[in-house]
Write a protein that binds this ligand. Structure first.
Ligand code: ADP
Length: 257
């Protein structure tokens, strides 16, 4: 699609991940009446904005980890179910990765990749092992296969965690600030891997503070602040020529150094 035609909603914005979506925690409106339309050509969607703005909550709603206070979440025109069984099914179909260091410390790298295949997806041991090995190999992590998390750097741990979230070949990968707990050079080894996944056609929704990555690798950006949708649009146009003053102010601060 062309960024210039993006505004003609009817034609280009064909599915609504969030429709009048809200999630309140007591008096806090973490996500507050957010409607986001996304073109079906969007493969990588990026959530950005100030901390506490609602990115993580929005992502968790999309992944079925949270239930909306009101409004609906949908994918490809299908509203997310609200009963726990079907919701669990939806969650199982996705891959999730959160901020760094969430590997099980008592399991080796390969043990970590295998565990959800066996416990969540109910695969036989042998099949899980074969797939875990294949996935670790695919991500260039074979030499870390038998190491324990404590023997791995933060970046290596996060790449193993990424392998774990992808081993069952999810349609959609949800990443919640996957690099925010990492040192700069480790950030880039993780972002390189995410970029590779983008190139391979993996559908991804991620929240991030890495503006360079958002600009380069995502198709559409969603800017949230105080739980509200402030602006959304194709990434290139969004970064080059944002409309709202709030986004302009944010970008001029975070892109300054
Ligand atoms: P972001 O990811 O943009 O930093 P969050 O979605 O984590 O934003 O948080 C949005 C707001 O909702 C914040 O004020 C946060 O404190 C609040 N919040 C998020 N999750 C919870 C929760 N489980 N219980 C209470 N408040 C929460």
């Amino acid at each position: 699609y062309s960024p210039n035609t993006f505004d003609s909603r009817e034609e280009y914005l064909t599915y609504y991940p969030g429709d009048k979506l809200s999630r309140h925690y007591g008096a806090t409106r973490a996500v507050d009446d957010v409607t986001v339309a996304v073109s079906d050509e969007v493969q990588v969607l990026c959530l950005i904005g100030p901390s506490g703005g609602g990115k993580s909550t929005f992502l968790r709603l999309l992944g079925g980890l949270e239930v909306p206070t009101s409004g609906t979440v949908s994918f490809d025109g299908q509203p997310l179910p609200s009963d726990e069984n079907s919701l669990r099914e939806h969650r199982r179909g996705n891959g999730f990765l959160f901020q760094a260091f969430n590997l099980f410390p008592h399991l080796s790298a390969i043990g970590n990749v295998m565990l959800p295949l066996i416990q969540v997806h109910r695969w036989e041991q042998e099949r899980a092992q074969a797939r875990a090995e294949e996935t670790i190999e695919r991500f260039g992590l074979a030499k870390h296969r038998d190491k324990m998390p404590a023997q791995l750097s933060g970046g290596q741990q996060q790449r193993i965690a990424l392998a774990r979230s992808l081993a069952h070949e999810p349609d959609l990968l949800l990443l919640d600030e996957p690099t925010s707990a990492l040192d700069p050079e480790m950030k880039s080894e993780v972002l390189d891997l995410v970029e590779e996944l983008c190139q391979q056609g993996q559908r991804i929704i991620l929240s991030t503070h890495e503006m360079g990555f958002a600009r380069q690798s995502s198709d559409q950006v969603v800017f949230l602040a105080d739980g509200k949708l402030i602006e959304t649009g194709p990434s290139e146009a969004f970064f080059e020529d944002p409309e709202s003053d709030q986004v302009k102010g944010f970008l001029s601060k975070v892109m300054r150094w």
